[in-house]
Write a protein that binds this ligand. Structure first.
Ligand SMILES: *[C@@H]1O[C@H](CO)[C@@H](O)[C@H](O)[C@H]1NC(C)=O
Ligand SMILES: *[C@@H]1O[C@H](CO)[C@@H](O)[C@H](O)[C@H]1NC(C)=O
Ligand SMILES: *[C@@H]1O[C@H](CO)[C@@H](O)[C@H](O)[C@H]1NC(C)=O
Ligand SMILES: *[C@@H]1O[C@H](CO)[C@@H](O)[C@H](O)[C@H]1NC(C)=O
Ligand SMILES: *[C@@H]1O[C@H](CO)[C@@H](O)[C@H](O)[C@H]1NC(C)=O
Ligand SMILES: *[C@@H]1O[C@H](CO)[C@@H](O)[C@H](O)[C@H]1NC(C)=O
Ligand SMILES: *[C@@H]1O[C@H](CO)[C@@H](O)[C@H](O)[C@H]1NC(C)=O
Ligand SMILES: *[C@@H]1O[C@H](CO)[C@@H](O)[C@H](O)[C@H]1NC(C)=O
Ligand SMILES: *[C@@H]1O[C@H](CO)[C@@H](O)[C@H](O)[C@H]1NC(C)=O
Ligand SMILES: *[C@@H]1O[C@H](CO)[C@@H](O)[C@H](O)[C@H]1NC(C)=O
Ligand SMILES: *[C@@H]1O[C@H](CO)[C@@H](O)[C@H](O)[C@H]1NC(C)=O
Length: 820
């Protein structure tokens, strides 16, 4: 009867709010403060006395806004965090409808009103309540259940004279347990005509219930039936219940009372589902004094099942992803074409356990076509076993056996040494030792990469703005710090480990792995066998190692042997090996007719080797000096046989070739940072390419300004923003190109040769530029000036420069005439 009335009241109230909403809808609405209250968006204060017998509710008011009214109104109510009502003599009952819209309420004070009762679910919609002040109201009792879902930090009940009795025993207990600051309050209750302190109230047969459950933990097998029981005992006689809302298995409850004071309840689970594994069955027992609970941890055993087994996917490494469920935790075995796979550095599983889920990856490090095939996962536990197979396709065989003839590559019979099985032929002790060393290195390398990575790169990145890596081994020797595709830089964990015997050896450098998640396909660096390289003579030596002229066999399908320049990396540290690998990958990706051709690496043994095309005339700076007016004096003090001075058209030809290479680099978003004639190479027929052998910093050390221990900056080639802020961009490369042109037209003079490094820095940062070389036509100097604009964005683009040089090149005969 009571319930029906409450329901009616609630519906009524809802209708009221909604109908007023509807009325206001067109103009949008806002809530207005009750007449005797003062309101802010977060607080309602009703301290003027009022005889109204309803809880203050915000009313609707037109605001002229056109918002979504039903949303707005909820939010308005929700934003109220404090309600303070004082001296409202008409307020006798606090109903749940009064409170239910104030869902964000944190502080409630109803003080010195006429409050006599609070409905059981009054605070059910106010989970954020922290502070409740009900002082000085004529309440006679109060139930703990009102507050059972709240985390009250303070409940103020002073000035309430309760009826002594078991109903308020909980307040006494909370005082004893110092809950909700009740212990600090002086509370009283009346028995008969006298007022006694609550602390000294003594009620017999009035205590918290006891609870007992039949098990602590319960292990069952999927499909079983099981019954658990729970006894709540005490006085007053408690209610008991199992809270099994989220339980999947069919369950039935059966309760019974064993007089005088035991209330028992049995829970029967039928055909237990594995979804209920690790479910916590909680039984609660409550009476007017309070609630106690006890739990049973359920463990449901079931045979393994494979939920997921995906085809290989490239992530961090290449991964066959799987999810297996089972309890007890299944053991996993992997088979590749029916042969069991054992963990190694190249293939290993990575697991994560969550409840009865086992999720993970079968990881492949640099898989090759040898890894193609059927992968079978077998999962077993004492209850059973299951298996599933997925086909893993990683790579095509790079050279299907009969294709060799098509390409006309002579293949010596032992040329298949890349197949691991072949290694077992004629193993000498030396090879064995080398192999052992190799394995040791790999292990070290992997460990250091795994544990030492962050610090290593964290330290290096910002410091070596311009590469201070003297041991860098490539012609584009700071590539490892260059702004290059994220793919290459992130390639860390995917990178082929140098010195590993199972490097995926792909004879065709154009061959890329599929399914890479980055735009750029992963690069396979070509590997050249050591026995195919025959050193002829030393070309030079840098801090990183030596450069040799060599003959390389089997490099090109049309030629038996090719002259190459090989750079050796002596005593490589692990970091140097890593950089070596990255540079090799980068170089493999940088292929252009005006970038020095990179053939590949040779890593079977020490030292590590990079193989480049041989550029007969060496670096461009030396070449310019050798073909200038001062040739006799300048080149190594040796009277050098010159083929005459370079003419204007040849100079333009040299410059436009470098520009062409730079256009390509810019398109690749590659910032070179050290463009200079010393870092270009000259081949037959005045062919010029960008690239060097990393010896510049040794041979041309005066071109660099050493800052700190390792960083050497080519300040004479750097624009102001690079000098001041270490900012290197395509535009700063353009500045350097202007300096290259100046070098060309001065036959290889050092820029600002008359100035010391600190004076050069001052000059450049003050905006001075190099003077026009004696032999340089104005049109050409204008291009240089276009490169040396102070503002990077005002500089000519490298593409524009290329076009201008091309046009000038066509017109050179005229200029030659003018120059006489
Ligand atoms: C409420 O009424 C009491 C007297 O009953 C008075 O002393 C008190 O100041 C009033 N409170 C407010 C905020 O007006
Ligand atoms: C108002 O909000 C409700 C609930 O989010 C939504 O269903 C309704 O489409 C909205 N009405 C307008 C006019 O935005
Ligand atoms: C409620 O409060 C939030 C942030 O406190 C505010 O962004 C929002 O506008 C308020 N809503 C109303 C209707 O006042
Ligand atoms: C809450 O009640 C106490 C009496 O227990 C009173 O002294 C106090 O001022 C009230 N606090 C607020 C914030 O109304
Ligand atoms: C519950 O009480 C009954 C009756 O005293 C008893 O037989 C049963 O063993 C009790 N169960 C538990 C779990 O304590
Ligand atoms: C479980 O109970 C159901 C119905 O009560 C019954 O049909 C089934 O055979 C029982 N299963 C076991 C394993 O006892
Ligand atoms: C609960 O189960 C126990 C055995 O598990 C049984 O002895 C008891 O009678 C059952 N109680 C009820 C109320 O069914
Ligand atoms: C038990 O549950 C499984 C699925 O959870 C169902 O396939 C099976 O038929 C059920 N067995 C009985 C006896 O109800
Ligand atoms: C069980 O009791 C503890 C404290 O006695 C309480 O923190 C927990 O929330 C209760 N669990 C349930 C499900 O009521
Ligand atoms: C089972 O659940 C409990 C918490 O309910 C958790 O602490 C425990 O780690 C879980 N066990 C497993 C095996 O996931
Ligand atoms: C892989 O399995 C499929 C079908 O299960 C079979 O046709 C194929 O021959 C298997 N491949 C290998 C390499 O075993």
């Amino acid at each position: 009867m009571m319930d029906v009335r409450m329901l009616a009241a609630r519906i009524c109230w809802r209708l009221l709010v909604l109908s007023s909403l509807l009325l206001q809808r067109a103009r949008g609405s806002m809530l207005d403060c009750p007449p005797t209250c003062s309101c802010s968006p977060t607080e309602i204060h009703c301290t003027k006395s009022d005889s109204g017998n309803f809880f203050p509710l915000l009313a609707l008011q037109d605001t002229g806004s056109s918002g979504n009214s039903s949303n707005d109104i909820e939010e308005l109510f929700k934003n109220i965090s404090t309600i303070h009502i004082e001296n409202w003599t008409g307020l006798q009952v606090l109903r749940d409808v009064d409170m239910e819209l104030y869902t964000g309420l944190e502080r409630l004070t109803i003080m010195n009103c006429n409050l006599r009762a609070i409905q059981a679910r009054a605070f059910a919609q106010n989970p954020h309540l922290r502070y409740i002040n009900l002082s000085k109201n004529p309440l006679t009792t109060l139930s703990w259940q009102l507050f059972q879902n709240l985390q009250l930090s303070e409940l103020r009940l002073e000035g309430i004279l309760f009826e002594c009795g078991c109903e308020i025993r909980w307040i006494q207990l909370w005082q004893q347990r110092t809950l909700s600051s009740l212990n600090k309050q002086n509370l009283y209750c009346k028995r008969g005509g006298s007022r006694i302190p609550l602390r000294s109230m003594n009620i017999p047969h009035c205590d918290l219930p006891d609870i007992r459950v039949s098990h602590n933990t319960l292990t069952v097998v999927e499909g079983d039936n099981v019954t658990v029981s729970c006894n709540g005992s005490g006085a007053p006689l408690p209610e008991v219940d199992w809270t099994v809302g989220a339980l999947q298995s069919i369950n039935t409850h059966l309760s019974n009372v064993y007089p005088p004071n035991i209330h028992s309840i049995n829970l029967t689970l039928v055909n237990i589902s594995h979804e209920d594994n690790n479910f916590t069955l909680t039984c609660i027992s409550e009476n007017m004094v309070g609630m106690t609970n006890a739990s049973i941890q359920l463990s449901v055993q079931f045979p393994p099942s494979i939920w997921k087994l995906e085809e290989p996917e490239h992530r961090h490494e290449t991964c066959i992803e799987f999810t297996v469920r089972g309890n007890p935790r299944p053991t996993l075995r992997w088979f590749h074409n029916d042969k069991e796979i054992f963990q190694s550095n190249y293939v290993r599983t990575e697991l994560e356990n969550y409840k009865d889920f086992v999720e993970g990856c079968l990881n492949f490090k640099n898989p090759t076509h040898y890894n193609n095939g059927n992968y079978t996962l077998v999962a077993s536990n004492p209850l059973g076993s299951t298996s599933k197979t997925v086909f893993g396709h990683f790579l095509e065989a790079p050279f299907p056996e009969d294709e060799d003839q098509e390409y006309g590559i002579p293949t010596p019979p032992d040329d298949v040494a890349n197949i691991p099985e072949e290694d077992s032929f004629g193993v000498s002790i030396a090879v064995g030792l080398a192999g052992f060393a190799c394995v040791l290195l790999i292990v070290l390398f992997v460990l250091i990469n795994k544990y030492g990575r962050r610090s290593k790169f964290g330290m290096k990145g910002p410091v070596a703005v311009i590469s201070g890596e003297e041991d860098s081994a490539s012609p584009l020797h700071h590539v490892n710090h260059g702004i290059i595709t994220p793919c290459t830089l992130d390639a860390g964990p995917d990178a082929v480990v140098i010195g590993m015997s199972r490097i995926p050896v792909i004879e065709n450098p154009q061959y890329f792995r599929h399914g890479h998640n980055c735009n750029k396909p992963t690069t396979y660096v070509q590997h050249i066998k050591r026995r195919d390289i025959i050193l002829k003579r030393e070309l030079g030596e840098g801090a990183f190692g030596k450069v040799f002229l060599a003959e390389c066999y089997n490099l090109s399908p049309t030629k038996d042997k090719t002259l190459v320049a090989v750079k050796t990396l002596k005593d490589p540290t692990l970091a140097a090996r890593k950089d070596f690998q990255r540079e090799a990958e980068l170089l493999t990706n940088l292929q252009h007719e005006h970038i020095v051709k990179f053939y590949g690496v040779c890593v079977d043994g020490d030292p590590l080797i990079m193989v480049f095309e041989y550029m007969k005339h060496g670096d461009l700076n030396k070449f310019l000096r050798a073909h200038g007016p001062d040739a006799m004096i300048l080149v190594d003090g040796q009277p050098l046989q010159t083929s005459g001075e370079l003419g204007l058209s040849q100079m333009l030809h040299v410059a436009s070739q470098i520009a062409s290479g730079m256009v390509y680099l810019a398109l690749q978003h590659f910032v070179h940072r050290d463009l200079a004639t010393r870092n270009c190479l000259v081949g037959n027929g005045l062919l010029v390419k960008i690239g060097d052998f990393g010896m510049s910093r040794d041979i041309y050390s005066t071109d660099y300004y050493r800052v700190g221990g390792h960083t050497m900056l080519p300040i004479r080639w750097m624009p102001p923003e690079s000098i001041m802020y270490r900012k290197f961009t395509t535009e700063s490369d353009v500045w350097s190109f202007g300096v290259i042109m100046w070098e060309i037209f001065t036959y290889g003079k050092q820029p600002w040769f008359q100035l010391a490094n600190n004076e050069v820095i001052e000059c450049i940062t003050q905006g001075r530029v190099l003077d026009r070389p004696r032999l340089c036509p104005k049109e050409v100097y204008d291009v240089m000036l276009g490169c040396w604009q102070q503002e990077p964005q005002q500089r000519l683009s490298i593409k524009e420069i290329q076009n201008i040089l091309f046009a000038l090149g066509k017109a050179t005969p005229v200029y030659l005439d003018i120059l006489g």
